[in-house]
Design a protein around this ligand. Structure first.
Ligand code: NAD
Ligand code: UDP
Length: 315
């Protein structure tokens, strides 16, 4: 049995990861400040004696004896990370310093949840890990993009200078149950709008693309990455099937049988026009890892989740 710390464990991805780690008989310590996380995501785990919950902010030092750390703490949706950009930078940078300091002191292996946003509005397509990115350092997304880029820098420096056992994954757009209904991300927005027969809001002309990964595929990739011995990454973890935002809206209307109309609003600032991971490195290093759940199947499960929230009056 391993003792594993998951920062951001009450969030969307973190809650799925905690559940999977407990299923695999690990002792899980979930740390969260509940900025975007929700106790409802982990309430069913609270009776498990191998699950502990700590309310803590990663910008402050933390101490615990663990074997592994998954560092996920950071708001992920543009609305949430732009709400307080300074805090977002602090969470990524000071959070990384605090968690790397802990990993160094207790000799734990530590995995950083980095992001495809380090590629910015990419000029090469699909994105490979050796691409340095095209990020506006003073734009509205920079608190997140640059914060995550600096966290990667810190991880590499702690590895090179202090021999810390690090792993870096770059996560591409991921969706599934436990996404926050108000976090403004495209999949949750469109599903809720479709289920309520409200207008589907496309920002821009809908030709921008994203490649959507179901959360279970991400968690599998994270666990495989944590289990590697001589590979530190960074490695892309995403689903390479690319869709325009307009196609996504049409698929969600079809799957929900919605009467919603599609309406167009101005594009958001610095919105990446295309995004698709090259996952050759993940396949090679992570024992043939590749996404198993394709868009319609994953959306169907996610639609069921939001239908439940709406019925309970929680959305
Ligand atoms: P989320 O917002 O649902 O979860 C983030 C969690 O971190 C929340 O529980 C939040 O309360 C917690 N948190 C935020 N600031 C904190 C702080 N200062 N101290 C302690 N806890 C804090 O987001 P998510 O989608 O679950 O993303 C998890 C991680 O994966 C993030 O690091 C994100 O950048 C990364 N990621 C996610 C995606 C995606 O599509 N979901 C894509 C790329 C990267
Ligand atoms: N988007 C949209 N309507 C919405 C929410 C998002 O058209 O209601 C667009 C957004 O402008 C972006 C894409 O969908 O082009 C993905 O947005 P999201 O916030 O989910 O993720 P990110 O931009 O971080 O990839």
């Amino acid at each position: 049995m391993k003792k594993i710390l998951v920062t951001g464990g009450a969030g969307f991805v973190g809650s799925h990861l905690c559940e999977r780690l407990l299923k695999e008989k690990n002792d899980v310590l979930c740390l969260d400040n509940f900025f975007t996380g929700d106790k409802r995501n982990i309430i069913h785990l609270l009776n498990n004696p191998y699950f502990e919950l700590v309310r803590h902010d990663v910008t402050m030092p933390f101490f615990a004896e663990v074997d592994q750390i998954f560092n996920l703490a950071c708001p992920a949706s543009p609305i949430h990370y732009q709400y307080n950009g300074i805090k977002t930078v602090k969470t990524s940078v000071m959070g990384a310093i605090n968690m790397l300091g802990l990993a160094k002191r207790i000799k734990a292996r530590i995995l950083q949840a980095s992001t495809s946003e380090v590629y910015g509005d990419p000029k090469i397509h699909p994105q490979t890990e050796d691409y340095w990115g095209h990020v506006n350092p003073i734009g509205v997304r920079s608190c997140y993009d640059e914060g995550k880029r600096c966290a990667e820098t810190l991880f590499m420096n702690y590895h090179n200078q202090n021999n810390v056992d690090i792993k870096i994954i770059r996560i591409f757009n991921t969706y599934g149950p436990n996404m926050h209904p108000n976090d403004g991300r495209v999949v949750s927005n469109f599903i809720i709008q479709a289920l309520k027969n409200k207008d589907i809001t496309i920002y821009g002309d809908g030709t921008q693309t994203r490649s959507f990964q179901y959360v279970d595929d991400l968690v599998e990739g994270m666990i495989r990455m944590m289990g590697t011995e001589n590979f530190i990454g960074p490695v892309n973890i995403g689903n390479p099937n690319e869709f325009t935002i307009l196609e996504l809206a049409q698929i969600i209307i079809e799957l929900t049988g919605s009467k919603s109309k599609i309406v167009f609003f101005p594009a958001t600032a610095d919105d990446p026009t295309q995004r698709k991971p090259d996952i050759s490195l993940a396949k090679k290093e992570l024992n043939n890892w590749e996404p198993k759940i394709q868009l319609k199947e994953g959306l169907t499960k996610t639609i069921e989740y939001f239908e439940g929230l709406i019925k309970e009056g929680n959305c």
